[in-house]
Design a protein around this ligand. Structure first.
Ligand code: GLP
Length: 257
């Protein structure tokens, strides 16, 4: 039987960032070589910044960490500040002083997005797989850019973005043409990570997190597939779980201090 999902309830978004960063620190310190794959979006920014603060006080603590990311908009080069490669550069690689050889970025402007997906899948495999996958939760249950109806066996692939995802992300996409497609690690790619940390923040995610814990496991709500993974930790702030009686099955709930 799959062990229960560990749910840590953090009082505030600041607590969520602190606990998220502490979790990542434990992953970083657990092995001589660590591959971390980062989510983008607004939620993990503060956790990355907490991690950078720790790293600045602990020089040489990250030399063994290799950094990947989940997804990228098709057609956006890393020079475009709206790209996820630029986000990772800004929030992770620069503040953590990550050397270029430890960064494995998607190339959004690759001539063939399909070939880029194959290249990224191969890069993950050739580097020994992902030790810890950081995820956010999309309103419609997407993880990475795996929108509803993405099959369980999907690997890195190109997706058409849904109106729901585009409108949620619109604020970060101003200043240039709206992307229509993205490349993302697939559900199978994500589930191959040895450990998964999902961060969820804010009242707007309350319906999604409730669905995550209660929906039938199916591609209709892609995040539900995580419930079959043996090592998933969800950290949510109080606003994200407000209004639920938390009578969720298969979940071990902890109150984070
Ligand atoms: C985006 C990204 C995901 C991210 C999710 C949640 O569409 N592709 O990787 O986890 O949305 O974003 P946010 O944290 O801003 O709610």
């Amino acid at each position: 039987m799959t062990p229960p999902i560990e749910l840590w309830i953090c009082k505030t978004p600041e607590d969520l960032a602190r606990h998220g960063a502490a979790f990542l620190r434990r992953q970083i310190q657990s092995r001589p070589r660590v591959n971390l794959s980062c989510a983008t979006g607004a939620t993990p920014v503060a956790a990355y910044s907490e991690l950078a603060q720790w790293a600045s006080q602990n020089p040489n603590s990250l030399h063994h960490v290799h950094w990947f990311h989940l997804d990228e908009y098709v057609g956006m080069s890393s020079r475009d500040p709206r790209s996820y490669a630029a986000y990772i550069q800004r929030h992770v690689l620069d503040p953590l002083l990550v050397p270029t050889e430890n960064a494995h970025l998607w190339r959004g402007d690759a001539a063939s997005p399909q070939d880029e997906c194959t290249r990224y899948d191969t890069a993950i495999r050739d580097n020994g797989g992902i030790d810890c996958q950081i995820l956010g939760l999309g309103m419609n249950g997407h993880i990475g850019f795996n929108e509803p109806d993405t099959p369980l066996d999907s690997r890195c692939h190109v997706v058409a973005l849904t109106p729901c995802t585009l409108s949620h992300n619109a604020i970060h996409l101003e200043g240039g043409a709206m992307p229509t497609h993205a490349m993302t690690a697939g559900i199978a790619t994500i589930l191959e990570a040895r450990r998964i940390l999902m961060l969820v923040s804010g009242a707007k995610k309350a319906a999604a997190i409730n669905r995550f814990f209660t929906a039938e496991i199916s591609s209709e709500f892609p995040a539900s597939f995580l419930r079959n993974h043996a090592h998933v930790t969800v950290m949510a702030d109080a606003a994200a779980i407000a209004g639920h009686d938390q009578d969720w099955k298969g979940i071990r709930i902890h109150e984070a201090e």
